[in-house]
Design a protein. Sequence first.
Length: 241
Amino acid sequence: MRWSPFLGIPICLALFSFSLIKFSPFKSLTNSPPPRLFTAEELALYNGSDHGLPILLGILGSVFDVSKGKSHYGPGGSYSHFSGRDASRAFVSGNFTGDGLTDNLHGLSSPEVKSIVDWRGFYFKTYIFVGKLVGRYYDGEGNPTKYLKGVEAKAARGAQLLEKQKNEEAKVTSCNSKWSQDDGSEVWCDEGYPRLISRPLEIALTGKMSKRCACFKEDELSQAGLEVYEGCDYLAKRCRL
């Protein structure tokens, strides 16, 4: 019979002991408990008004213990409107009252949805994940709903659009800019001349069209879609706004 030089016992007995450990039905003491499932009514109890309970908030159906941020999330805190509920929409809308404190993301653009998904990632990194809210994002067994899968797919599209816009804008140099209370805003180009141009992907991103300042060489100034700043000379390299 061969002996294990490390255990001082027969190898066959050591292997048998290892198999018992490997296939033991008992879970490791280090395993965290399964996520708790909350109803909206239950989650509302954890809004910080009861000092004997932790402070919880939900975002996209994931529930986090934010008690370590009590000064912000507790009663009277600047983020107290998020406590005891899932107010996912308010993370991008800035509407912290009434109907604005909702988990309904209908009508938001894909980059806005991406921003909320990014906020959820922040909470996973910063606070303790304690459970799931049954409703829009998770069913009664804690499984993700079609709505959650749709939100995550929309966020992925938003990330793609933002990356595409970033790559498109990198092809044309952006203006330098500064602002001061005394002088107001100023834009300028180290090389070329400042012009306002439309952001072609902005409608897909936000539903609105915006403009940015970019620098163009003199032989490029005749192309369509370039706008001279009001009050700025045609060949001025600096424009005060």
